[in-house]
Design a protein around this ligand. Structure first.
Ligand SMILES: Nc1ncnc2c1ncn2[C@@H]1O[C@H](COP(=O)(O)OP(=O)(O)OP(=O)(O)O)[C@@H](O)[C@H]1O
Length: 439
């Protein structure tokens, strides 16, 4: 199914299904919310039946049951039969996306870069009079916007079980709107969206440039604000900076509280890693982790938390597979691709500058034709580092070193490679320079 639908659609629609049993030709599944069952039945029902047949299980239809313990929004049960209606007493099911049970406030580590956003999220989740409306959370990729939104939704639902909390991505909002236009039920669409107590729209930048969706969003937004219903929105940048977003929407998004998630710093990354490692090691006491590993990862992987988490998960999987303690050797071996991709892009100019500082010589000398040993050796070191730490070609490096020929660079690289084996001073210099350049 994943290959057929793509990872995102699979995660949203198929992953939340739990297969229960086939009884008399009917395949039973439990779902966290009724809407997922209806959606899957309509869009992927035939495919699922086909897949069962491929596994020699001949079923005639699918039936979905809402499992209350997994429920993310108050919804009615749904049956698979065509035309089966929801129990009348239940409110109209909400077309939200499932909430991730791991994304709670307890699991969210707060540090300087995200303290303002986390505090605002907690304040909104506490409920009470709606003070900030909307709450707009923004920040770069993988910095915890979705995590915070889910945490707010879980908290509000815990405090107010009867609340209709609708969380969905801006893309899903557009999809629902387009469906409503297609099936001519825009009135129901409007009523549904205006009947919620809390509306959360993730990645709002998605609707930039999509005029009719923006107009619909604008009206929904206004209607809810008027009813004093809480709205929480996230985006990848500040409202004023979203290109292709109508001015009236941009300005409304700034009405309430705008809080940003800054890129993580070393301490926050280390805190996140420690919390995740602690949780894992408690469940897997047989795994041992060298204390140098987490500081090393926090230092080296600064792109985003998702990559950091992925690295740790891979390391634990690898560690438990090979049954060895997780140390620095295993870390660099197992994560070589991530570490390479995360290492800072060093330039030839930086290398020249650092090498000159280290050997206390002038940049003009290193670039000059001078062949005196005090200049020639550092020049060779700088050429070697340029070849190993950047992707520049030999001719390109030669050009940056005062227009030298590529064979000179080749010779320098070979010479330093040899000296590294025989001269511990050169080996130490190279290691120290490399660390300084990649820090
Ligand atoms: N402060 C934090 N504490 C614990 N986990 C975090 C923190 N920040 C981010 N994460 C984790 O990092 C991962 C990515 O976070 P999330 O999906 O919320 O990012 P996002 O900002 O919504 O990214 P995108 O822009 O891609 O939508 C999640 O697994 C989340 O749990």
């Amino acid at each position: 199914m994943e290959a057929e639908l793509g990872t995102d659609a699979y995660r949203n629609w198929i992953a939340p299904l739990t297969f229960e049993a086939v009884i008399e030709g009917v395949a039973h599944f439990s779902v966290p919310i009724a809407f997922i069952g209806r959606y899957v039945k309509r869009n992927s029902g035939d495919k699922i039946i086909e897949l069962f047949a491929e596994h020699r299980e001949h079923i005639s239809c699918l039936e979905f049951h809402v499992d209350d313990s997994r429920r993310a929004a108050p919804v009615a049960p749904v049956r698979e039969e065509k035309g089966a209606a929801a129990t009348p007493a239940e409110p109209e099911p909400l077309p939200g996306a499932p909430l991730d049970p791991r994304f709670t406030f307890d699991n969210f580590i707060v540090g300087k870069p995200n303290e303002m956003a986390a505090a605002a999220a907690r304040r909104v989740a506490e409920g009470g009079p709606v003070l900030f409306n909307p709450l707009f959370l923004y920040g770069g990729v993988g910095l915890g916007k979705t995590h915070l939104m889910h945490a707010i939704a879980w908290e509000i639902q815990k405090k107010n079980p009867g609340y209709r909390v609708l969380y969905l991505s801006a893309e899903q909002f557009m999809f629902r709107f387009v469906q409503a236009l297609r099936f001519r039920n825009t009135i129901e669409f409007k009523e549904l969206f205006r009947s919620v107590d809390v509306l959360m729209v993730d990645d709002v930048q998605f609707i930039a440039g999509k005029d009719s969706t923006q107009a619909e969003f604008f009206h929904t937004f206004n209607a809810l604000i008027e009813q004093k219903k809480q709205i929480i929105i996230s985006g990848d940048r500040a409202p004023g900076e979203i290109d292709g977003m109508e001015e009236r929407i941009r300005s409304r998004l700034q009405w309430g509280l705008v809080a940003d998630l800054h890129p993580t710093d070393y301490e926050l990354r280390l805190g996140i890693l420690q919390a995740k490692a602690e949780a894992y090691l408690t469940d897997h006491p047989e795994v041992t982790l060298d204390p140098t590993v987490l500081p090393f990862l926090a230092h080296r992987i600064s792109s985003n938390v998702r990559v950091l988490e992925g690295a740790l998960t891979r390391l634990f999987a690898f560690g438990s597979l090979v049954g060895r303690a997780i140390d620095m050797d295993m870390t660099t071996e197992c994560l070589s691709d991530i570490l390479r991709a995360s290492s800072r892009k060093v330039t030839v100019e930086e290398i020249i500058r650092k090498v000159c500082e280290h050997y206390n010589i002038r940049q003009t000398d290193i670039l000059s034709p001078r062949r005196a040993r005090v200049v020639a050796r550092p020049r060779q070191v700088a050429m070697f580092l340029s070849k190993t730490l950047t992707t520049k070609s030999l001719p390109e490096i030669g050009r940056r070193f005062g227009g030298r020929d590529h064979t000179t660079v080749m010779h320098a690289v070979k010479r330093i490679e040899e000296l590294r084996q025989s001269d511990s001073q050169i080996a130490d210099d190279l290691e120290m320079l490399r660390r300084m350049l990649e820090a």
